[in-house]
Design a protein around this ligand. Structure first.
Ligand code: ZN
Length: 161
């Protein structure tokens, strides 16, 4: 087991064991959905991830093409879209601040276009050890590379005029 900090959380992780589970895992969840957003994720990830995010995934033993979950959230600018998703890995949170001190849902910046946080699992997917698996939740901005029209940008109307 090795140790890593994400924000205020200290994680112990087993990259070797994670690699073994990934080598037996099927494709990522985006493969199961053929919407433009999921097809774009397949094309744009992992090359479009920040180097820091790619390096974090590699340290943890995560295969970036085998996400457990991904969702196309919203275009953030012309040609760029925000995604949220989850990778699974073997490990445990060995130290975390008490919820009163810090909200548990803070995402930490991980390079220029990614944010991550680690959370525990009540019920990990098939193949992952119960009680010894964690979720790496991520937000990432990826380029829009598929020929499909990107969804229209939403004007939230909250910029001062
Ligand atoms: Zn989809």
């Amino acid at each position: 087991m090795e140790t890593l900090k994400i924000g205020e959380k200290t994680l112990r992780y087993d990259a070797e064991r994670t690699r073994r589970v990934y080598s037996l895992s099927p494709r990522g969840s985006s493969w199961g959905c053929r919407c433009a957003g999921c097809r774009n994720f397949e094309v744009a990830a992992p090359a479009g991830f920040s180097p820091q995010f790619r390096s974090l995934l590699s340290s943890l033993g995560i295969d970036p093409r085998k996400e457990a979950f991904v969702r196309h959230l919203v275009p953030v600018s012309q040609g760029f879209s925000l995604y949220s998703g989850t990778y699974v890995f073997c490990g445990e949170i060995s130290a975390a601040p008490t919820p009163q001190k810090t909200p548990s849902d803070i995402f930490e910046p991980c390079g220029e276009n990614a944010w991550v946080t680690a959370r525990s699992f009540d019920d990990p997917p098939v193949g992952w050890p119960n009680g010894e698996s964690l979720r790496l939740e991520f937000l990432v901005v990826l380029p829009w590379l598929v020929p499909d029209q990107q969804k229209p940008l939403i004007d939230l109307g909250c910029s001062p005029c």
